[in-house]
Design a protein around this ligand. Structure first.
Ligand SMILES: Cc1ncc(COP(=O)(O)O)c(C=O)c1O
Ligand SMILES: N[C@H](C=O)CCC(=O)O
Length: 421
């Protein structure tokens, strides 16, 4: 059955024909592909076309699609039951592995998505400080909880609506947003609002409005100001966690947050989120404290098994290899005239503009050219995330064969773009 036929039916079931907005291909044009199977660094759509996948389900698949050891761990868990709604040894095993990689995690709680993790961390911070205001940074995306849908990245900036409709004014009014990479605005905001702030939340490596790599000085000053004003510093590492280093951006940058949120990789492709950090803050979480947070499938044993099978395989060699791949693939993409590829490890942002550090500095013309490149690369069997504001993800499964395929595709597309100019 063709992608078009499937999409026509999908439009009768789902808003935009999709279960999550960016995959609707609205930004890049054309019909979204429906996939039927995936393996390693590739997947196949319902028309039998195969692609080198550089979206990798938006980040969870750091080892690749359908890794046999992860599949077998999940199947083994499934055979003992899909969900218990009660504690399990697999929860403990994943928690131990995570603590071995993230030493500052005193206490944690598993949830089922990054959005839930962020929503819960913010509530913990508000419960702990008894303050209400939250500081976030323009272009950072922290999932779709109301308080975070203000000047956010990802699908919001993709569709030109950085703040979502349907968010009660009261929520938005309690979220203060300033630009990344603006020390003056940071100082002024803490000077004026520091004693009102429950939390400051940031993607320490912002990767949802493109890859807006921050100077460490900016992040260190944020840490200092949070200390000075008793503000809970939350690192949202749903993308960077366990990807850029075993201990994520906190390890890479040498900055310890008070709370951290994870998702994606810790589920190995199954739905898992996590929030945690200082034990005195986590002490407010029910049933120990008055801040309520719950989830039917929290700590799901099958998801725990897939997450553990993933994290157990993230060895120092894997990280070294991913960083080398990142450099190789960035260099390959930069053979496309005018294309720059800021990267951190295996996170790449192919954009027709030199690297930027602020969401409001990304040029619309660069995004438009990305959109054109996206469709041409797709025809050559290369699947980039369908938005110029989303980063590309490599995995341990992206090898020399895939790199050669992409290099050939880049040559073809570069010629096509030149002819169109
Ligand atoms: C930094 C960040 N935080 C939170 C989220 C939300 O996670 P989820 O989509 O699992 O709800 C995302 C999703 O891309 C993200 O990139
Ligand atoms: N960046 C989003 C999730 O991580 C985009 C997912 C989607 O809307 O398809």
């Amino acid at each position: 059955m063709s992608n078009d036929t499937l999409f026509q039916e999908a439009l009768t079931h789902f808003p935009g024909g999709v279960s999550s907005p960016v995959r609707a291909f609205r930004a890049v044009g054309g019909t979204p592909k429906f996939f039927r199977k995936a393996w390693g660094s590739r997947f196949e759509d319902e028309e039998g076309r195969r692609y080198v996948d550089l979206c990798m389900s938006w980040g969870p698949l750091i080892l690749g699609h359908a890794v046999p050891e992860i599949i077998s761990a999940a199947v083994e868990a499934m055979q003992e039951g899909l969900t218990f709604g009660a504690p399990s040894r697999r929860e403990l095993a994943l928690a131990r592995r995570i603590k071995s990689m993230v030493p500052f995690l005193d206490k944690m709680r598993f949830v089922s998505s990054g959005t839930e993790a962020v929503m819960s961390a913010l509530r913990a911070a508000r419960g702990y400080t008894k303050r209400e205001r939250i500081l976030k940074f323009d272009g950072c995306y922290h999932g779709h909880s109301d308080a975070m849908l203000v000047k956010a990245g990802s699908g919001l900036v993709t569709f030109g609506e950085p703040s979502s409709a349907g968010v009660p004014r009261g929520f938005a009014d309690l979220t203060t947003v300033i630009s990344l990479d603006d020390l003056e605005a940071l100082e002024a905001t803490f000077d004026k609002l520091g004693h009102e702030l429950a939390a400051a939340i940031i993607e320490p490596i912002p990767a949802n409005n493109g890859l807006l790599v921050q100077d460490t000085t900016f992040l260190r000053r944020l840490r200092e100001l949070c200390n000075a004003y008793g503000v809970v510093l939350i690192f949202d590492e749903v993308i960077s966690g366990f990807r850029v280093a075993p201990g994520g951006a906190a390890e890479l940058l040498g900055i310890t947050p008070d709370l951290v949120t994870y998702g994606k990789i810790i589920g190995g492709g199954m739905p898992v989120g996590l929030y945690g950090g200082r034990k005195d803050i986590m002490a407010v979480i029910s049933p120990d404290g008055p801040v309520y947070q719950a989830g039917t499938l929290s700590g799901n044993p099958v998801a725990m098994a897939a997450g553990l099978a993933t994290l157990e395989r993230l060895t120092p060699n894997v990280y070294r290899s991913l960083d080398q791949k990142g450099a190789q693939w960035a260099a390959a993409f930069e053979k496309m005239p005018g294309l720059h590829v800021p990267r951190v490890g295996s996170l790449l942002w192919p954009l027709f503009q030199p690297g930027v550090k602020r969401a409001d500095r990304v040029e619309s013309g660069a995004i438009a050219r990305f959109n054109k490149m996206h469709g041409l690369l797709l025809k050559e069997g290369v699947y980039l995330p369908p938005s110029g504001y989303e980063v590309a993800f490599l995995s341990a499964a992206h090898g020399d064969e895939e790199l050669a395929h992409v290099e050939r595709a880049i040559g073809v597309v570069a010629a096509a773009l030149k002819n169109e100019d």
